[in-house]
Design a protein around this ligand. Structure first.
Ligand SMILES: C[S@@+](CC[C@H](N)C(=O)[O-])C[C@H]1O[C@@H](n2cnc3c(N)ncnc32)[C@H](O)[C@@H]1O
Length: 229
């Protein structure tokens, strides 16, 4: 290629949540992140906390996609499976507006405690319901249909999540899943790792599912966006 850019080297190690240089080439990834608008004080502090403590947040590049998708379909209700310290939850809460509702779920009560502090400081506590426990169980107990279901739980659980979503998502609603390219391990020939195999099973079933139209966006660690038909 003419004028091929010289490879650049990172001066500082990327935080673990970036999944740096696996799906998108490192310098391209740096370029994308350099274009992102500055985050508010609370989100910036959460990113720093996630970096320091290896919390696997989606980060600002994916969070912006999530928020834009919610705004595009005028979402008012979001169910989140796997919320950790509530970073992605805040982006959803901002998107649904003051009359919207986001359901936070996490198995770790310490995460929920930390998240609720951030929600208060971000001024979005009133839009968020917190559940501590198994996210799949909480979803199966819901009676309403959501505009968006966001899946970010343990990867071995991904195939089971597929059995729960259809009745809880409105027609035209979005089922969105993080980490579907799993640092590129989905392209290994015969992976033996249980998480990779679960993601492969999940991706195949979701992409073949006639009730959904699915696209996998190769951003960060791969984001599957499936619209219920
Ligand atoms: C990848 S992190 C979530 C990050 C969050 N979505 C964000 O971007 O800010 C996954 C979280 O899901 C929680 N988790 C995993 N499996 C779960 C399950 N079955 N039920 C509830 N929480 C679960 C873990 O405790 C962890 O905090």
């Amino acid at each position: 290629m003419k004028n091929k850019p010289a490879p650049t080297t990172q001066t500082k190690a990327a935080p673990s949540w970036r999944h740096y240089n696996f799906v998108t080439a490192g310098p391209v990834d740096d370029y994308l992140y350099s274009l992102l608008p500055k985050r508010n004080e609370v989100l910036a502090e959460m990113e720093d906390y996630a970096t320091a403590h290896d919390v696997p947040i989606v980060g600002p590049a994916v969070a912006r996609v999530l928020q834009q998708l919610a705004l595009m379909i005028d979402a008012r209700s979001v169910f989140e499976l796997g919320s950790a310290i509530g970073y992605s939850t805040i982006w959803w809460a901002e998107a649904v507006g003051p009359n919207g509702r986001v359901i936070y779920t996490d198995g770790d009560s310490k995460n929920a405690e930390r998240a609720s502090g951030y929600f208060a400081r971000a001024g979005v506590s009133g839009r968020i319901t917190l559940h501590t426990g198994d996210a799949l169980e909480v979803l199966s107990e819901q009676k309403q249909e959501f505009d968006i279901i966001f899946n970010d739980v343990d990867k071995e659980d991904y195939p089971r999540v597929l059995h729960l979503i259809a009745p809880r998502l409105r027609k035209g609603g979005l089922f969105i899943t993080d980490n579907v390219l799993w640092s590129g391990r989905v392209a290994e020939k015969n992976p033996t790792d249980a998480k990779t195999r679960a993601i492969l099973e999940f991706n195949r079933k979701l992409c073949d599912w006639k009730d959904f139209s699915t696209t996998i966006l190769p951003i960060r660690d791969g984001l599957a966006v499936a619209r219920k038909l």
